[in-house]
Design a protein around this ligand. Sequence first.
Ligand code: EPU
Length: 438
Amino acid sequence: MSLSVKTEGQRRPPDLRLHENAEERLHIFGGRRLRGEIRVSGAKNSAIALMPAALLGDSPSVIENVPRITDVSRYITLLHLLGAEMDCSENTVTIDPQQVTSAALDGEPVRAMRASYYLMGALLGRFHEAHVGMPGGCDLGPRPIDQHLKGFEALGAEVEVQGGLVHLQAKELHGARIYLDVVSVGATINLLLAAARADGQTIIENAAREPEVVDLANFLCAMGAQIRGAGTDTIRIQGVSHLHGAAYSCIPDRIEAGTYMIAAAATKGRLRVSGVIPTHLDPLIAKLREIGVRVEEDGDALLVDGSYPGQHAVDIKTQPYPGFPTDLQQPMTAYLAIVPGTSIITDTIYESRFRHVNELKRMGADIRVQGRTAVVEGVPQLTGAAVTASDLRAGAALLVAGLEAEGETIVDGLIYLDRGYEHFEEKLAAVGAQLQRK
Ligand code: EPU
């Protein structure tokens, strides 16, 4: 198959003017209790699913509450390469998909993030063909996409992987019954995108139930799709021939909210984390309460008070939603490192999501990793050190560790934190943290 692959465009995409400098490090002067209020941004993992979904419409969509982070900026570049007209102001992204083509896409913006694979589902759904490079993203052990490809085949696509690109081609896309062998957020989203405009009914069984899946289904329904059951393990999609653009707002980022809640507990602070959907955080709230942290709901805010004595170790096992999220396992490990007793943390989702542990040990943590389990012996205090983030949530773990530690922590690998946390320095500084990028 000979295709010209787009890796950079002629016209420049809208620029979010994010501050990016791979040389910079974050200096955190720890030991300060967080006090005050942090307002949560829109969800990264929703925004980067809604943006490709906009390509399925035949008129512009306006997506609000989009976080200004580098993963969103990369998605803007990808959609621009495909020919979308875009406008970005503050947290609103307008996407006009009318001039979009199914050009082959590869290169840095595809390989730099996982969610680039949603272009497979979106382009297949719209053009019945897609040619997209294999995705990248955080290195958390093997991250196959077999369930995505199996689903595309069931919908009528021929799948070929050649020269690092996934080629999908369908004479026609038809509804199918698809059982996912593993509960996968990415595969569920990709199949929703591909099936929304297919002929007939698609049923996804053993579907992921994450709020971001529901958010995408709601956006597609606002565009005219017919989807029932999102948020349960069986999703039914009645294909429609056309979708139109829609105005929509991303849900709040439950992982960002959870990271700040953990940081509040870890610094023995009192923080109001606002603009959240509290039920999305139920598994974290339950664990924090089990440790001895006070958490109260107040409308769209959660009040976290970590100042009470008597905190004790807990066991945590990550699970697909509504279980404890793997994305909060890493920041939680940083907190449990200073909670008295032995905590046992098992990550059932990813094979190697414990790269933050060696860095925490440099700060004085007592943690042993055995396979997918970390055994954490709480120590009274961490001390600042020079550490390196190896992925986004490892960065979040080191942020929490730096805030709770005594002395100065210098975090390298800021590019990871910038992928997922909007204005995190400003938000944390406003509640009493002392930190500086230099
Ligand atoms: N899996 C397969 N085959 C597939 C797809 C997945 O074996 O075809 C396995 C994965 O290897 C993994 C498990 O299934 O062991 C779950 O993977 P899933 O597909 O649910 O993960 P994902 O869609 O690649 C999203 C988030 C991750 C988050 C996971 C789990 C996005 C862009 N990423 O990844 O977020 O950890 O769901 O909740 O939505 C992050 O934000 O830091 C992050 C890594």
